[in-house]
Design a protein around this ligand. Structure first.
Ligand SMILES: [Zn+2]
Length: 132
């Protein structure tokens, strides 16, 4: 099958390791999260303007909101302070949270926390969490 037409996820949410159970929901008081994007094929990633090396294409990231737990900034703040939650990147994207898990199991991850700044056709990132 042509890769451009293959939008099948490799597994539910792109990764069976995505912590839909356990510590992440516990930190959000087990309130629901709404995932808007997880695994993306290369074609879908390109179509939505994802960066070429997006970990979404590897099934290692999800974009979500947790409105019952707070604003995206509040959710990022809670997760960034929870040392028991593994992540490579946690990005406050303004209207959602980008959460990328480490590639390997039992890895606490790089724990990089960023704020995205949407510009005219480009996005820049600053370290830490800041109001937009
Ligand atoms: Zn994302």
């Amino acid at each position: 099958m042509d890769e451009r037409q293959d939008h099948r996820p490799v597994s539910p949410l792109g990764s069976t390791r995505f912590p839909v159970r356990g510590e992440l929901p516990a930190r959000l008081s087990r309130k629901p999260i709404l995932i808007s994007s997880a695994f993306r094929s290369a074609a879908v990633n390109k179509a939505v303007g994802g960066v070429p090396n997006s970990v979404h294409a590897l099934g290692l990231a999800a974009d979500f909101i947790g409105p019952a737990s707070g604003t995206p900034l509040q959710v990022c703040t809670v997760l960034s302070r929870a040392s028991s939650i593994p992540f490579d990147q946690l990005i406050y994207e303004g209207t959602w949270v980008h959460y990328a898990i480490p590639e390997k199991d039992n890895d606490s991850g790089k724990r990089e926390v960023l704020t995205a700044h949407l510009g005219n056709g480009s996005t820049t990132y600053s370290r830490g969490l800041s109001s937009l």
